[in-house]
Design a protein around this ligand. Structure first.
Ligand SMILES: [Zn+2]
Length: 321
């Protein structure tokens, strides 16, 4: 086979995403599989091998057309040793040698990195980064993660924990307990979890207003509901959104003033709130920027959705060759 492909894998707690990708970043085929938790996650290399061979056969391609595998994994990932730690959503025990085991199982070269880092590289390569060599991807989901790319390379930090933007200190006086053990981290305020908690507090305290009424009707509120109500002018929802986005805007301005990247790209489930989120976030973000940074660091919404992780994973695997 003349064409050579890279396998991009984005391992998640429930589903893993896979794709065959050309060295130019075109997706040949992509699919999802339920992540195999049996044998404390020890089946994952065999599962990936099976899936890769099955897809090759479906496409009428030889396994020899594959150049390597790139994997984005949750938790603390040492890109050099290929060991994953603290992947709390997976069944791997304290430290799992993913690179070594996957290379032994498949016979292909393997590159791994943290999933948020891979998503940042994916957006840099084929998404909203549009080739920017300096970029920060911030994912707003149940938590807040980020990947920092400087001069085209991920910043890992001394312990692999660079980019923990979700744990920037935001409310140091009376903030909520974060899952990291500190109080008042940014993600206790501006993640979907933080937004829903603030919305529930208001809905429980008030008998009037759209948000309160919706909660009484449905017994639940999502971050998307809160943004929808805010966009329609509901005062309670607006106060929740503005509180979250003021803290996020200040944090991102601090990041921008520190790194002056070309772009800060906002991804993750909460980013589906789209232009409304971007406008309100920019309102707070712009107020805290150093003048030169204001002219050169722009906030954009991510554009690749679920494909960012597999594309970034393929990008790191391509660097092996
Ligand atoms: Zn924290």
């Amino acid at each position: 086979m003349e064409n050579k492909w890279i396998v991009g894998v984005d391992i998640g707690g429930t589903t893993s995403k896979m794709a065959f990708i050309t060295p130019k970043g075109d997706i040949v085929s992509k699919w999802q599989i339920p992540t195999d938790h049996r044998n404390h996650g020890g089946n994952i290399p065999e599962q990936l091998k099976y899936e890769i061979e099955k897809k090759c056969s479906e496409l009428g391609a030889e396994n020899t057309c594959l150049m390597g595998i790139g994997v984005g994994a949750p938790g603390s990932v040492n890109a050099v040793t290929g060991i994953v730690r603290e992947a709390t959503n997976l069944s791997w025990k304290s430290a799992y040698p993913l690179k070594k085991n996957l290379e032994a199982t498949t016979g292909l070269p393997v590159a791994i990195d943290n999933d948020a880092n891979c998503a940042a590289l994916g957006e840099m390569w084929k998404g909203s980064g549009q080739g920017a060599r300096n970029l920060v991807l911030v994912t707003l989901g149940t938590g807040i993660g980020s990947g920092i790319v400087i001069n085209g390379h991920i910043v890992h930090g001394a312990g692999g924990a660079a980019g923990e933007i979700g744990h920037l200190a935001s409310n140091t006086k009376d903030g909520y307990l974060c899952k990291c053990g500190k109080h008042g981290c940014l993600e206790t305020i501006a993640s979907a979890t933080g937004i829903v908690r603030a919305a529930l507090a208001i809905a429980n305290d008030h008998s009037d207003g759209g948000l309160s009424f919706f909660y009484k009707q449905n017994g639940t509120i999502t971050a998307k509901n809160v943004f929808d109500f805010a966009e329609r002018g509901d005062h309670q929802a607006k106060s929740v959104v503005d509180y979250a986005l003021e803290h996020l805007g200040i944090a991102l301005a601090n990041v921008a003033n520190t790194l002056n990247p070309e772009k800060i790209v906002i991804g993750g489930g909460v980013s589906k709130a789209g232009q409304y989120l971007l406008t309100r976030l920019n309102h707070y973000y712009q107020q805290h920027l150093f003048p030169t940074v204001k002219e050169t660091t722009e906030i954009k919404l991510a554009s690749l959705g679920n494909d960012a992780g597999v594309l970034g994973a393929a990008w790191i695997a391509d660097q092996l060759t």
